[in-house]
Design a protein around this ligand. Sequence first.
Ligand code: ADP
Ligand code: MG
Length: 270
Amino acid sequence: MTGEIAPDTILSVQDLKTWFVTKRVTAKAVDGVTFDLKRGQTLAVVGESGSGKSVTSLSIMGLLSKPGAIAGGKILFRDRKEQVHDLAAFAPKDFRKIRGREIAMIFQEPMTSLNPLYTVGDQIGEMIALHEPVNRQEARSRALAMLKHVEIPDAASRLDDYPHQMSGGMRQRVMIAMALACSPSLLIADEPTTALDVTIQAQILDLLRRLQAEFGMSILFITHNLGVVAEIAHDVVVMYGGRVVEQAPVNDIFAHQRHPYTRGLLACTP
Ligand code: ADP
Ligand code: MG
């Protein structure tokens, strides 16, 4: 046992500190972040640009770029075998078992995460082959099944598309297909709809909700837009200046938010 995590909780971030330390300055990007994500639920992390949302998610995934490093706290994660790991204490090689298989991530701009030189079918298949012993044909049929799950119309004919042949919304669907291809129990979505126009945003939120009902994964949904939160989240964490100023059920946030910063954020929400 690595630490305290409630039985219904898949991820418990406890007093996480992630700093960028150079000889000249110490930037405390994340400076005491605490929140819990219950299994099968969606927790939204909201906060203005620069409040430490992405650094928090990169800390969980072990994807920090130098000189970023975890300076304190715990990231307790319960895997599918009910084993609890402290990801804050993981060495880079430990993440190989976790990334993609247990925890997947999607980002704001799918074009930067997809390889322009490979077809989407090959990329999804490759992801599956990385974690499971599948032959080429199995990988391809699993990739096709995933494209159907994320509701890509005429999926069989899109399997051999290159990323640039698809629209932004379709590419984000491919990213979701790739993220969920190995049935991770946790999906981290860092501003997955920010680069998309409003109608496509709504479709992607809808899709994530439906996939959650189908696959049962937990979602950490990061956004600077409080407007999308009501659509998808059970609980909301509000971040400001590298800290959590509030965690509450989504209805409470909209009904009676306690922290003045949350009130300000709501006032700016259309
Ligand atoms: P958000 O995702 O909420 O917009 P970030 O987590 O990206 O914010 O950034 C939080 C803070 O950490 C910001 O002040 C940012 O300037 C700083 N930061 C992020 N990445 C780096 C880095 N590679 N080097 C130094 N500071 C960084
Ligand atoms: Mg960010």
